[in-house]
Design a protein around this ligand. Structure first.
Ligand code: BG6
Length: 485
């Protein structure tokens, strides 16, 4: 673990990700005492601004709604340890200037062993030049560690991802690289390992003998507003399914790792992903939102080409060919501009053997990742009274009721802390990325129109539950609404 003499450099410090996620997460860690002693934070980006302006932006998303003086003091201290340098991403000389700044900071440290953590909050077009320039101009060699934290998009398909990875590998080793998928930092995703492997009762039902189908659902109530340019190039599958939802699936479906060691966990994730063949067109439903309820449609977004066929909703079913899961559909669904914000895993168990009961609801285990983290199990109980009738009810573990004293950490806080500790467990390994792209590349090439006309997504109204075809889609894979026979 890095205890002191550490500089965290946020590249792309003037951008949205840094402002909304990276810098607030660093502040959260700082405030809770999790950053190394003597830590310094350096912002770097092209935008020219002075330190005050940077501080204003860097703290604009830090919450202090009640003007708590203690938080205000922490914010001030956080500003004091943060500086900003502007410069190009392509020009080596600019990185010499950054390096001089880092050396200046380090000259005040007691020991000469210094650590540099580089966080890429950058557009993908500059990943490679920045990786190169950092290695050539800002890499400490006198002891201490250098690490890079990078975030998707890691390419657009298998070929481009491989190309990107091999370019980055020239400069940064796998050990120095931390590939973020922020869903792996979410409390309820981390909880999956405990739920599954620390509970005999759940573990015993975790297979094709008990499970009928699994749904992993991501819903957002807003469209691409302002991000249409980026989004149109990527689409919902690359934006959410291929990374976030597939990561959830891999932790949900993998075998028990030999230990908590990062490579043991990642080995199991890769193994289960390798059992999944590429997605079939017939197992896929694509949607695009249209204007409704006073909200604009996707194509009304000025940053989107007027005839775009880019899906803003996708449901797709994956099959895991191994002894545990053969025949169990894993349905991944994600959409923008839907009726609510919700991310959840829903495991629906098989029907109880018919005989003494008829029309009995199926058990379901729901893990709500957000909002309002919860685990609940739908089960049948006898209706209280002088007769025997079963009704569906639930055992409910809603976190804010059960763990009233605990604060649920932000995903980025958890992950940055892991990167500081050098723990790769919740970061994506290169071979994991490769197998993830193998599953999704053929369907993405079809959607992109690489081997024929582009498929046209079905429309759904802004603010709705998604395309009207969705109900039939999930029913096809055996999902039954509670109470349906
Ligand atoms: C990002 C996607 O990776 O995840 C966004 O690019 C999406 O489109 C976001 O909104 C969702 O993250 P969270 O943590 O808000 O669920």
């Amino acid at each position: 673990e890095l205890k002191d003499n550490t500089i965290i450099v946020v590249l792309g410090a003037s951008g949205d990700l840094a402002k909304k996620k990276t810098l607030p997460a660093l502040f959260g860690l700082y405030r809770q005492g999790f950053l190394p002693r003597d830590v310094k934070i350096v912002g770097y980006a092209r935008t020219k601004m002075d330190r005050d302006e940077f501080h204003k932006r860097a703290t604009s998303y830090i919450k202090n709604p009640d003007n708590d003086p203690e938080i205000a003091t922490s914010i001030q201290h956080f500003k004091d340890l943060s500086t900003y340098i502007s410069g190009s991403y392509e020009d080596g000389a600019a990185f010499d200037t950054l390096n001089e700044h880092l050396e200046e900071i380090e000259s005040h440290y007691q020991s000469k062993e210094c650590n540099r953590i580089f966080y890429f909050a950058l557009p993908p077009s500059v990943f490679v030049p920045v990786a190169k320039n950092l290695k050539e101009h800002c890499y400490v060699t006198k002891g201490g560690v250098n690490r890079v934290i990078v975030e998707k998009p890691f390419g657009k398909d298998l070929g481009s991802a491989r190309e990107l990875l091999s370019s980055l590998k020239q400069y940064w080793t796998e050990d120095e690289t931390f590939r973020i998928d922020h869903y792996l930092g979410k409390e309820m995703v981390k909880n999956l390992l405990v739920l599954r492997f620390a509970n005999v009762a759940l573990g015993a039902a975790w297979d094709k003998n008990s499970v009928s189908n699994v749904q992993i659902t991501f819903k957002e109530p807003f469209g691409t507003e302002g991000r249409g340019g980026y989004f149109d190039e990527f689409g919902i599958i690359r934006d959410v399914l291929q990374n976030h939802l597939l990561q959830v699936l891999s932790v949900l479906a993998m075998e028990r790792p030999v230990s908590f060691a990062a490579e043991d966990i990642r080995d199991e994730k890769v193994k289960v992903l390798r059992c999944i063949p590429p997605i079939e067109r017939d197992d896929t439903l694509l949607g695009q939102y249209v204007a409704a309820n006073g909200k604009p449609g996707y194509l009304d977004d000025e940053t989107v080409p007027p005839t775009s066929s880019c899906p803003t909703f996708a449901a797709t079913t994956l099959w895991i060919h191994n002894p545990r899961w053969e025949g169990v559909p894993f349905i991944l669904k994600a959409g923008k501009a839907l009726n609510e914000a919700k991310v959840e895993v829903r495991i629906q168990f098989k029907d109880v053997t018919q005989g003494i009961f008829k029309d009995i609801a199926r058990n379901e285990l729901v893990i709500r990742i957000q909002p309002s983290e919860a685990v609940y199990l739908k089960l049948n109980a006898k209706t209280p009274g002088l007769y025997t009738r079963a009704i569906p009810t639930e055992m409910d573990l809603t976190y804010k009721r059960r763990f009233t004293e605990s604060r649920i950490p932000e995903a980025y806080e958890a992950l940055i802390l892991d990167a500081l500790k050098g723990d790769h467990s919740n970061f994506v390994r290169h071979d994991e990325l490769d197998v993830a792209w193998k599953i999704f590349t053929p369907i993405l090439h079809w959607i992109d129109g690489q081997n024929g006309p582009r498929p046209r997504p079905v429309n759904y109204p802004y603010g709705s539950r998604g395309p009207k075809e969705l109900e039939a889609f999930i029913t096809k894979y055996g999902y039954k609404r509670s109470g349906e026979a």
